[in-house]
Design a protein around this ligand. Sequence first.
Ligand code: AMP
Length: 283
Amino acid sequence: MQLITSISKMQDIARSARADGRRIAFVPTMGYLHEGHASLMREGRRCGDLLVLSIFVNPTQFGVGEDFDRYPRDMERDSAIARECGVDVIFAPSAQEMYPVGFQTYVNVEEISLPLCGASRPGHFRGVTTVVCKLFNIVMPHVALFGKKDYQQLAVIRRMAADLNMPVDVVGMPIIREPDGLAMSSRNKYLSPDERTSALCLSRSLQSARAAFHAGEREAERLKQMVQGIVTLEPAATIDYVELRHGETLEEVATVDDCTLLALAVRIGTTRLIDNCVLGEDD
Ligand code: AMP
């Protein structure tokens, strides 16, 4: 396994793999790897000949006052996990390498970047699409794997790749959860033991809404109230949003169906967590 920090070296590796007819699979991450990331790497290993993992805590997707400075980082541990998952190349550039002095070009996907996390984190998706576009130009993947944990991010990246004719297959992978239901996230590290217990209200509320959907409930507003009711029972929890939207367009819906996305963002203490489900799908 190689550790590459230079953009031009990464591009040389990508070009030569392509010249040899090798299929490049790519998993972009911010590191502090867990089983969610591992599931993407394993799928990348299965469907590619050269597996590239990027680890880059991208400053442009963090707002002022967000957790950029304290986002967990552990390259040694990440390298061990990556090796175990069969990664060939870790691409871990510095912020300077990615955003040198004079940088001024951004990629913005319009409508579907606006609601949900886009509304509570203005500029977030502009940072995400910009860095993912750059990474695609550097790693030159045939296939790139993203988790449905960040459902809107996946939808925005799919839109970007389609709209800008990027020659890459964007693959969405299921949410990986802890045995008690908590969606895995690098940010779970911020939670105290009590907060970790409170955080279960996210997955629990999704489960209840899904059960109500399977029992015949089709009114978005009632499902939303059910989720809000469960989350607000937790004193440590503050709702950022609970929304039901079309699974592809992310437009609001009044009546739900199998393809409806139920997404929520909740602060547990000071930690902002997100989770979601598509009502008609199992995780
Ligand atoms: P991050 O390092 O948090 O930016 O995540 C990198 C990639 O891993 C993104 O495509 C995420 O959606 C994905 N990911 C993060 N957590 C999970 C999870 N619990 N299950 C599946 N994919 C995940």
